[in-house]
Design a protein. Structure first.
Length: 297
């Protein structure tokens, strides 16, 4: 369910962009759209199959998840790492003026289709906001700011305007700017180019990754224990199950909280400013083996 990208001057952990726009999910102001609109397949991420447009069996009448505190234990870790970047509450409260798909079933499909456009736009807002923060004053920052403003205007469109938008084309244009911003931020520290690399389960502990370009890289289950990533660009990198114990991500670019939530780590993992250590990381700590008791003579 997580999306991947292959203004204000807020940090990566902030929930708002210039003008107070929310870029972090607030489920209390949404109508459970992410629990209905997308499809998911029974896998390591989800315990059951669910077609698009059908409510998840765990969704309650109050639009709350009935197993929220036990999602990982009940086989739904994919839900714990999904972030709509605030698109859910924007759709519910602004685009559809407080209506929901249960109370207005005739509009349900339009809501779900609009969410499929609004969510990637909100994700773009987050990346563009971070790019503006990283980029010094100059022509590139001006272009990024213009793209940020334009994307913000698009999110305020009517359902008809959203559904008429070629969101992929808009995202491609913004991605070119984001790539330039990352290259500029990594200037003088650029490492290996591993864009879109398939690194599933690969042991990377002896691979130099400081300043690496890892945009869109598939790092599912990769072993990154103790690795220094320096100014590596992690835009859209898939870190599901990646082992980050002892890794240094402190200077990584475009690292989102949902990426950390999908990975494994411990108290030694160095995080970028503004991001929090996921609660489940404490479960990945290597247990201390108790000393055997000495027999009394």
């Amino acid at each position: 369910m997580g999306g991947v990208l292959g203004g204000g001057t807020v940090g990566p952990g902030s929930g708002a962009v210039g003008g107070g726009r929310e870029l972090r999910a607030d489920c209390s102001r949404c109508a459970g759209v992410c629990c209905v609109a997308p499809a998911f397949t029974a896998s390591a991420d989800f315990a059951v199959d669910k077609p698009a447009g059908r409510p998840c069996p765990n969704l309650g009448a109050d639009f709350r998840c009935g197993i929220h505190t036990e999602l990982r234990q009940r086989g739904f870790p994919g839900c714990t790492v999904f972030d709509c970047f605030g698109a859910g509450q924007h759709l519910t409260q602004n685009t559809f003026a407080g209506r929901d798909w249960r109370a207005d079933p005739a509009a349900a499909q339009r809501m779900f289709d609009s969410f499929a456009v609004l969510r990637p736009l909100h994700e773009l807002l987050w990346y563009l906001t971070e790019a503006v923060r990283l980029t010094p004053a100059g022509p590139l920052r001006d272009e990024l700011t213009a793209a940020l403003d334009e994307t913000g205007r698009l999110t305020d469109g009517t359902p008809e305007e959203l559904l008429a938008l070629d969101v992929d084309a808009h995202r491609d244009r913004a991605n070119r700017l984001l790539s330039r911003a990352a290259e500029q931020a990594r200037a003088g520290r650029a490492g290996p180019d591993r864009r879109a690399a398939m690194l599933i389960g690969v042991d990377l502990r002896r691979t130099p990754l400081v300043g690496a370009n890892l945009r869109g890289a598939c790092l599912i289950g990769a072993d990154l224990r103790g690795v220094r990533l320096g100014a590596a660009d992690l835009t859209g990198a898939d870190l599901r199950g990646a082992d980050l114990r002892g890794a240094d991500l402190g200077e990584c670019l475009f690292t989102h909280q949902s990426q950390l939530d999908a990975a494994r780590g411990d108290h030694r993992t160095v995080l970028p400013p503004g991001l929090r250590r996921p609660a489940h990381w404490s479960l990945t700590l290597t247990p201390t083996r108790p000393r055997p008791r000495q027999r009394r003579r």
